[in-house]
Design a protein around this ligand. Structure first.
Ligand SMILES: *Cc1c(COP(=O)(O)O)cnc(C)c1O
Length: 338
């Protein structure tokens, strides 16, 4: 797998992330849950524009944009998209104009990630019901017709280039684990547009870590009638091919839990509320209502269902998203009055 690591190192990469992100032990939470040994990889601390997992993908994506001589970047997502906020920040860091195709309508007050999009100077295109970047091609064409050369970052940054960030991330955590002589049995991570999960799967093979990854589904994950696990396998195969490794990924190699979808994408329920409160009170770690709250809530439920043995070591991957918390202030305040 040395050849694959060399190929990874040869890819164009912009540098705006503070790496390695911390790997911390969650002793109080583990004791409280009477659960397995817990470690957390703090990608909420990637450092660019309040952090998050998309920053790792964007190092490779914008690395390619700069190499291609693009003058602008376009991506899309939901109104409180962490991916769009990190793209806006990354574009500002390297001096590209940033266009965002956001779901919804312009609100009266900008808050959370949307406020940050403005501070980073992004140009927002309001797209109504299209919250998954459906209008990116239309806006890109419009920019080209005005003489621009936009670089298109897909929804969630989840293509073969973006996923490279998480191949590299596994190399990073492997070095941290080796240094501290810790072996992990499970890796738990939010899984939504798939670049994180698929990149990690390939990374585990390249860096030789035998770990079960469980992706916690965040939304229905069913695009164009193709099962999400097949999408993950397809993306992993593209990554493997580009890095020259001969592993063939199939849908059954990806474990995605869909039992924690609650009332749908972005709706905070008791599961997320409890997880956010527990992590804050026990470990002073902030989770977000959409991704990490749901993921850690699912994990807590798995512990309570005795899905882990007490001598397992579980790595929880914090993927960021914390700025969105401020747009959920009402829900948290309502909780106090019950
Ligand atoms: C985008 C995002 C994820 C999911 O990562 P994917 O690569 O899209 O599956 C998880 N957590 C947060 C906070 C995110 O913003």
């Amino acid at each position: 797998m040395k050849a694959a690591m060399a190929r990874l190192n040869d890819l164009s990469r912009a540098r705006f992330t503070f790496l390695p992100t911390p790997l911390v032990e969650l002793r109080r939470l583990s004791a409280m849950l009477k659960g397995p040994r817990l470690l957390m990889k703090r990608d909420d601390l990637t450092g660019l524009g309040l952090g998050g997992n998309k920053t790792r993908k964007l190092e490779f994506l914008l690395g390619e944009a700069l190499k291609q001589g693009c003058d602008s970047v376009i991506t899309g997502g939901a109104i409180q998209s962490n991916h769009c906020r990190q793209t806006a920040a990354a574009a500002a860091a390297v001096g590209l104009e940033c266009h965002l195709a956001l779901g919804g309508e312009e609100p009266e007050n900008r808050n959370g990630n949307l406020l940050l999009d403005r501070l980073f100077g992004a140009i927002v295109h309001w797209c109504g019901d299209d919250r998954k970047g459906e209008q990116i091609p239309r806006i890109a064409a419009e920019l080209r017709s005005r003489g621009k050369t936009p670089y298109v970052v897909p929804y969630g940054g989840s293509n073969v280039v973006g996923a490279m960030g998480f191949v590299a991330a596994i190399g990073e955590v492997k070095a941290q684990l080796d240094e501290r002589k810790i072996a992990i049995d499970h890796l738990i991570v939010a899984s939504s547009s798939g670049g994180t999960h698929a990149g990690m799967a390939v990374g585990l093979d390249i860096f030789g870590l035998a770990v079960q990854i469980t992706g916690i589904g965040i939304d229905k994950g069913q695009w164009g009638g193709v099962a999400y696990e097949s999408q993950l396998a397809d993306l992993a195969n593209q990554v493997a091919e580009r890095l020259g490794i001969s592993v063939a990924y199939t849908a059954d190699m990806f474990r995605v839990r869909r039992d924690y979808l609650g009332r749908g994408y972005g709706v905070m329920g008791d599961l997320e509320h409890e997880a956010i409160t527990l992590f804050a009170e026990q470990e002073a770690i902030l989770l977000d209502p959409v991704y990490t709250g749901r993921t850690m809530g699912g994990f807590i439920d798995m512990v309570r269902n005795e899905e882990f043995s007490p001598d397992d070591t579980v790595l929880l991957w914090h993927t960021g998203g914390v700025p969105a918390i401020f747009s959920y202030a009402k829900e948290f305040n309502a909780g106090d009055q019950e």
